[in-house]
Design a protein. Structure first.
Length: 253
């Protein structure tokens, strides 16, 4: 991977970073952190109004695409190449539909796997193939969750998808390491975002989440984004196939 400015291992100067799912929440926060590190950021989301607003806020470039449609992945790569030298990919697109396992709808199961697993792999596959073809090093960071390690009532599909994301991350990390392509994941605990905010209106649920957190606190978008920045830059040059847990100690007990 090209050296950062003045040998700064934390810098992403001269690199193009693609952030999928950058319209809001964690994805937007990751785009902001990478831009502050010096990257030219391509923000990708399927809702034009959200991603365009995020791009204005971050100082990046907006690209509207639905990553569950693999035919649109090529357009993302072309847009990234038009900005310069794409070396970083962050997969932050995700969704969740809760419900008891005995009654869980297979349509919801399929919807979660389409976004959380299939789209993540398709983006990794296309970006990794581009790096391999160019003989370029790079970093891919996937967004997992504490639920990629543990179970939780009412989240059978979400837990299954995040376990799968971590399996993809480890397998690609091993396969592509000899080519200078690092693949890692960040696994946060609950973060207050547009996706999770409705859950925390339930006071009993909010109390149970905090009871399970040794720190007693939710993670912040900025804390998760800082972990993503670390895995995207040269400071983590010897880290691949790993999952960095930003989970307040949830999975430690």
């Amino acid at each position: 991977m090209p050296d950062g400015a003045a040998g700064d291992r934390w810098s992403l100067d001269g690199r193009v970073a693609v952030v999928i799912g950058a319209g809001r929440g964690l994805g937007r926060g990751c785009a902001q952190a990478l831009a502050e590190a010096g990257a030219d950021v391509l923000l990708v989301a399927r809702t034009a109004s959200e991603v365009e607003e995020a791009a204005r806020e971050v100082g990046g470039t907006a690209h509207v695409a639905d990553v569950t449609d693999e035919t649109q992945i090529g357009g993302i790569l072309e847009a990234a190449a038009a900005l310069g030298d794409p070396r970083v990919l962050v997969n932050a697109a995700g969704t969740n539909r809760t419900g008891p396992a005995a009654e869980y709808a297979l349509s919801d199961w399929d919807a979660l796997f389409d976004v959380n697993v299939r789209a993540t792999f398709v983006a990794c596959q296309a970006f990794g193939a581009s790096l391999l073809e160019r003989g370029a090093s790079g970093a891919i960071v996937n967004l997992s969750s504490q639920m990629g390690t543990v179970g939780f009532p009412g989240r059978v599909a979400y837990c299954a998808t995040k376990h799968a994301v971590e399996g993809i991350t480890k397998a690609l990390g091993v396969e592509w390491a000899p080519h200078g392509i690092r693949v890692n994941a960040v696994a946060p605990t609950f973060v207050l975002t547009p996706l999770t905010e409705p859950m925390f209106r339930d006071e009993a649920f909010a109390a149970e989440v905090r009871r399970r957190l040794p720190t007693g606190e939710l993670a912040t978008v900025e804390q998760v984004a800082d972990a993503v920045r670390y895995l995207a830059c040269d400071a983590s040059g010897s880290v691949t196939g790993s999952v960095l847990r930003v989970d307040g100690g949830w999975t430690a007990w």
